[in-house]
Design a protein around this ligand. Structure first.
Ligand SMILES: *Cc1c(COP(=O)(O)O)cnc(C)c1O
Ligand SMILES: [Zn+2]
Length: 438
């Protein structure tokens, strides 16, 4: 029996579609789709055999996604795959920062150390490869489109450019960083800068992709989840095939929390790990619909109008994967935390002082970690992994505003400014002595 996968209705209808069909929702009930793997076929290997297989490939495959092809898109033709060696990212031992917040066994999964600087590469390699597979099998796809808060569009533009497929990206004007705007421009995408927010861009792109000739790359598309779920496998593998006690991840549209949960649950199901971690979604207080629902025991969910936050990639008021997120949070006894602008910027600055270079979204996760540690949810002996979702170098305006004391909603307690001096040795010596306290 060979591994195989197909789309299935997330809400549980009996609908099934092949992975090369252009379809994003259940045709019967309208729910999102989920890529469903043939578990009996995967069980042909036991947990130890899967661990050995992934360990053996780790040194040889350059992609952390395609080294787990059986769990991602089992029967894709190798010539359809377009890869930038995504995944296989470093799991950083954050000892000095961890001790300072009472969580010495702290690790940071560096998903932003990637071709376009965010974890979006993990999903986009699968989506664009799947479109190449569709085209190879004769489907008339003219282009791929997405609405984005900046990182999805960068990833889409790069993978499309490598494939020769036109990329169309819809961005909320003035709400992405300069680097995020330049990435798709450099890669030759058509960049449509709309005078609205992410949720507004999403509404437009949904209509554009209605007829199927332009393929939709947003995370309502469940193919991306399959690539992103390999982060869970890498974390377990890097911890000697064990689950940490907690994983904290920033959440906006909430596809990534679902991917993380799905990855851990599949590993447990197939015997690679023997327990699940507890998951925490961290949201910006200015864009916190999941946090509000969590406070009501998930009994009631309502979209919000997201306000401007430094964590711009998670400035989303109506997350498409809300039901997916709630499902994995329930399955892992998970929690949701929020962080103010001050809390996220302060956490970034203190963590940066220990050698990291965090993006604001990772700051939201670090601030959530600190709150969970303070209120006793996370204990000092717990092993915790924080998922860092993007590279800090994509967010230069945020860093510059913070260190200049000009960040909205956040005093710069740890700001650091250049000391401007004449090229005079004595003046320089005096500055060094003042700094070192000599
Ligand atoms: C997309 C993104 C997120 C949010 O991921 P979701 O799947 O939308 O919850 C967080 N951080 C960064 C840097 C991102 O680009
Ligand atoms: Zn359905």
């Amino acid at each position: 029996m060979k591994p195989s996968a197909r789309f299935a209705c997330f809400a549980g209808c009996d609908e099934r579609y092949p992975l090369d069909e252009v379809v994003y929702r259940c045709k019967r009930c309208g729910a999102l789709l989920d890529v469903e793997h043939d578990l009996d076929a995967l069980r042909a290997r036991d947990g130890a055999a899967w661990r050995d297989l992934f360990d053996n490939r780790a040194g040889r495959s350059t992609s952390g996604v395609w080294s787990k092809v059986e769990w991602v898109y089992p029967d894709i033709a190798p010539e359809s795959v377009v890869s930038f060696g995504e995944g296989a990212s470093h799991l950083l031992r954050a000892e000095r920062y961890g001790r300072s917040v009472g969580v010495p066994d702290l690790w940071v999964k560096q998903c932003g150390t990637s071709h376009t600087g965010s974890f979006k590469d993990l999903g986009m390699t699968v989506l664009v490869s799947a479109v190449r597979e569709m085209i190879r099998r004769g489907r008339p796809v003219r282009a791929i489109a997405c609405a984005s808060t900046g990182d999805t569009s960068a990833a889409l533009a790069a993978y499309c450019a490598a494939s020769g497929i036109p990329a169309l990206v819809l961005l909320p004007r003035d709400k992405v960083s300069v680097a995020q705007l330049l990435q798709p421009l450099a890669n030759g995408a058509l960049v449509l800068s709309l005078d609205t927010d992410f949720d507004g861009c999403m509404r437009v792109v949904k209509s554009l992709t209605d007829d199927g000739s332009i393929y939709l790359a947003n995370s309502m598309n469940s193919l991306r989840i399959e690539g992103q779920k390999t982060v869970a496998v890498e974390i377990a593998q890097q911890l000697g095939w064990s689950a940490p006690d907690w994983v904290v991840i920033p959440g906006g549209n909430l596809g990534n929390i679902y991917a993380l949960g799905k990855g851990f649950m599949l590993m447990k199901e197939l015997g690679l790990i023997d327990r699940l971690p507890r998951l925490c979604v961290a949201q910006a207080a200015r864009a916190n619909p999941l946090y509000r629902a969590f406070k009501k025991g998930f009994a009631h969910y309502a979209p919000v109008t997201a306000e401007r936050t430094a964590a711009s990639a998670i400035q989303i008021g109506d997350p498409v994967s809300i039901d997916r997120a709630i499902r994995v949070l329930r399955a892992t006894n998970g929690v949701v935390e929020e962080a103010s602008e001050d809390e996220l910027a302060d956490a970034v600055a203190r963590a940066d002082r220990t050698g990291m270079y965090n993006c604001p979204h990772t700051g939201v996760a670090l601030a959530a970690l600190e709150k969970l540690a303070r209120d006793g949810h996370i204990s000092s002996t717990d092993r915790v992994v924080v998922v860092s979702t993007a590279h800090g170098l994509k967010f230069t305006e945020f860093k510059r505003a913070y260190h200049a004391g000009a960040l909205d909603g956040a005093p710069s307690r740890h700001g650091n400014a250049p000391v401007e001096l004449a090229p005079d040795v004595d003046a320089v010596r005096r500055a060094i002595d003042a700094h070192l306290g000599a």
